[in-house]
Design a protein. Structure first.
Length: 336
């Protein structure tokens, strides 16, 4: 069974520094820099994006438009925080995070490989991060509970059949059943200019085979070599390179892995074995917080960086989406 992404456990976790206040619209500084210009997509890929988006927000297949161009071999799906837009809204909104992975081309992952010194630097940083992660709190978690996550970032808009260069701020809270047996809830607020109704939007989250439950995450191997072998096997053929597919898979689990300390540490130690992982100085997360980053050198498409507090080495999120809080709660709509 393919197992990828989320986590959870006894206590609440939030990034150690640079907390972004809850509530209200995000300021430009909080939400981070605007996304770079995005070229127009071929008609076929625009159609597939629309279908993928509609399936994500409705949990039912969207009506597929005629596809005039084939989807490149080697595309793969990434877990992203999708906006909660009405199914018939004139404008759909997608995360900048999702575009790079969902539409990555097949072939080589980039033209330049990491040097031995770069890889050694990244491996050393990941070992220190893993040591910090292993010290996290964990507690007994019941199947009746929920994993709560709160994220913030910016999203590009999808209007008139094209991905727009303009971005809007958003924040989202999710509640996922620990064992995946019950419906969850997502509540999202999107800033002005998205073409969707203002104010919180709610969506029931059905069981999703592409979502890793807390129980599945907690059952992953904690020996780094065995864990990486499983990730390679479960992501075989999903990315332009084996390394990029594995890096994306690990990244999709980091939010929730904070509450499963032994798995969290193992994920970082497994990442240290992936060729091409390098340190990125002066990284910035999706809420504009400064940190130190790790990324995959030569990755094809939009490059994802994992961002950490530069002093405490706690996980802040990615360059696309900032993690504000994660924890275990007893019911939907309850916050840690």
């Amino acid at each position: 069974m393919n197992v990828f992404p989320r986590r959870s456990a006894g206590s609440t976790h939030a990034p150690a520094s640079g907390h972004v206040p809850d509530g209200g619209a995000l300021s430009e500084a909080q939400a981070g820099p605007s996304a770079p210009d995005v070229p127009d997509l071929p008609v076929g890929r625009q159609s597939l994006l629309k279908e993928h988006f509609m399936q994500s927000i409705t949990k039912h297949p969207a009506t597929r438009e005629t596809v005039d161009a084939p989807v490149p071999h080697g595309s793969w799906r990434r877990r992203t925080a999708l906006v909660l837009a009405p199914a018939l809204a004139v404008a759909a909104v997608v995360t900048a995070a999702g575009l790079g992975g969902f539409f990555s081309q097949g072939g080589a992952g980039g033209s330049s490989a990491a040097t031995a010194a770069e890889h050694q630097e990244a491996a050393g940083l990941l070992d220190r991060i893993a040591n910090v992660a292993a010290q996290g709190d964990s507690g007994k978690v019941a199947d009746s509970q929920y994993v709560y996550t709160h994220v913030k970032g910016r999203q590009r808009t999808f209007q008139d059949g094209k991905i727009q260069t303009a971005t809007v701020p958003y924040e989202r809270e999710d509640w996922h059943a620990v064992d995946g047996s019950r419906h969850g809830l997502a509540v999202q607020k999107v800033g002005p200019g998205a073409g969707v109704p203002e104010g919180p939007q709610r969506m029931t989250l059905d069981s999703d085979p592409n979502y890793t439950t807390y129980r599945e995450l907690a059952a992953l191997p904690t020996e780094p070599g065995a864990l990486l072998d499983k990730i390679y096997a479960d992501t075989k053929g999903q990315g332009p390179t084996q390394a990029q597919a594995a890096f994306e898979a690990i990244g999709s689990m980091l939010d929730e892995a904070l509450v499963v300390p032994d798995v969290d540490a193992a994920l970082y130690r497994a990442a240290a074995r992936i060729p091409g992982v390098v340190v990125q100085q002066d990284a910035v997360d999706g809420a504009g917080r400064q940190g130190i980053g790790l990324t995959l050198k030569g990755a094809h498409g939009d490059r994802t960086s994992w961002v950490f507090d530069p002093v405490r080495l706690t996980y802040l999120g990615t360059n696309e989406v900032a993690l504000i809080q994660v924890g275990i709660v007893d019911k939907v709509e309850q916050r840690p």
